[in-house]
Design a protein around this ligand. Structure first.
Ligand code: PLP
Length: 389
């Protein structure tokens, strides 16, 4: 019997090693891994460059306190700001810490300009920003918050893609609007460019900070470094995690000068966040993602993947309702519960994972090869053919 608490419904399989897009299970089978730790292993399993970075750094220095200057973190922060809207970075260890930090940055900004009553954070109903107490109440989903009262105050909600609902929910106490640029857990729901532009306009008009949660859709997954870049809209604050560590736990919050102005010594911190080992891995991830042609290739291969999936959807429109997503953040929405389909894919050696709205999430590494996409397409088509609704 497992001594782990039962907060997960784990699949009855475990793995002894991984290489690129593949996982090798103890049952002797080889799986095409299109979960990749839920959009974490951006460069696949056992990436040689990441292995080298870890090896090199472990021999030198693992951890020192943020009470000292950490050159590896200075470098990673500089590179993140040079490529994006941001002027400053705070490092964390996970996504939920990054969203917490984003909320703190927004509130501290208004406090620092003498408006402490402007503290409320407006989010999309049933979004996902992590599992800390504040983050679950930010998400506003009954399932995640049930049993975890009393309610953490300070969050309001509006309906996805509903401008009227958004406008109605803004008050003079609203400090920030926080949305996932592409809603991952909720079912790979892409916020339209038009809506993102509208968000920026409203935030400017009402003097509200704009937070784009890029934890799942950022770091190249959408085909651009950040998913919001597809819209030309610039946010004020962006929490990141997952892909930036390529499997090593790293989170961060990026912010512009204005948003960062409230953060003074002592206003936030982390024991582990930004340590030399984590930062070396983050830099090694960026070495590859910033390589010329890397993101172009993500765009090219994802375009091919989407078009092949759309062909399957057309052929089996009685099973697959919609192909969703952007870049290598892909969702197949079924008409009914998707668990049986996911199990059939696994029986055929393809690993995928659930999201909301009956969606099967498909998250290959950003380094996926065409022949691996072709293999996935073959398996999905076979399962469709054999599937009884
Ligand atoms: N925000 C988004 C959009 C996410 O997808 C996730 C994780 O799935 C989180 C926040 C929380 O990240 P973590 O699980 O690293 O705490």
């Amino acid at each position: 019997m497992s001594a782990l608490a039962k907060n997960y419904n784990r699949r009855k399989i475990s793995f002894k090693k991984g290489k690129g897009s593949f996982l090798y299970a103890y049952n002797g089978k080889k799986y095409l891994d299109f979960v990749q730790g839920i959009a974490v292993n951006s460069l696949g399993h056992a990436n040689p460059n990441l292995i080298n970075a870890v090896k090199k750094q472990t021999k030198k220095l693992w951890h020192v306190s943020n009470a000292f200057i950490i050159p590896e973190g200075e470098r990673l922060a500089k590179r993140l700001t040079q490529k994006t809207f941001a002027d400053y970075v705070i490092f964390q260890n996970s996504g939920t810490e990054a969203t917490e930090a984003a909320i703190k940055v927004a509130r501290r900004y208004f406090y620092s300009i003498g408006k402490p009553n402007k503290y409320r954070i407006l989010c999309i109903k049933n979004s996902f920003h992590g599992r800390t107490l504040a983050a679950i109440f930010a998400s506003g989903s009954k399932k995640m918050t049930e049993g975890f009262g009393p309610k953490v105050q300070g969050f309001d909600h509006f309906k996805f893609d509903n401008l009227k609902s958004l406008k109605k929910s803004i008050t003079n106490r609203t400090a920030a609007i926080m949305v996932e640029t592409v809603m991952g857990e909720g079912g790979i729901k892409v916020i339209s460019k038009k809506f993102l532009k509208e968000l920026r306009k409203i935030c400017n008009k009402k003097k509200i900070l704009l937070i784009f949660d890029e934890i799942q859709c950022g770091i190249g997954r959408s085909g651009k470094f950040f998913a919001y870049e597809h819209s030309n809209v610039k946010p004020d604050i962006v929490p990141i995690a997952k892909g930036i560590g390529g499997g090593f736990p790293i989170g961060a919050v990026l912010m512009n000068k204005k948003a960062a102005s409230g953060m003074i010594p002592g206003s936030h911190g982390s024991t582990f966040g930004g340590n030399p080992l984590a930062m070396s891995v983050g830099n090694a991830v960026l070495d590859q993602i910033f390589k010329k042609g890397f993101l172009k290739n993500v765009q090219k291969i994802s375009k091919y993947f989407h078009s092949e999936l759309k062909k399957i959807q057309k052929q089996y429109s009685n099973i697959i309702k919609e192909v969703r997503g952007v870049g290598l953040l892909i969702g197949l929405q079924l008409y009914n519960d998707q668990s049986k389909f996911i199990n059939k894919l696994m029986d055929n050696n393809l690993l995928t994972i659930k999201a909301g709205e009956n969606v099967i999430r498909i998250l290959p590494p950003l380094t996926v090869k065409k022949k691996e996409v072709d293999l996935a397409i073959k398996i999905i088509r076979k399962v469709c053919k054999e599937y009884k609704t």
